[in-house]
Write a protein of this length. Sequence first.
Length: 64
Amino acid sequence: MFGLGTVELLVVAGVVLLLFGSRLPKVMRSLGEGIVEFKRGVQGIEDESRSESTQDSVRAEGRR
């Protein structure tokens, strides 16, 4: 990857940790909350889709 070996990547990760270490917990917490919110949104869309398909099938059987 870009000519970087394992040692170089570890050095870069160490520098990033030193620079942003105090903010890292906040960033990870925000990232986790964002993922949870995204999953809730996807679940809501799936639930709406299921309820619409159920209503459509009930209407279709009522027409028979």
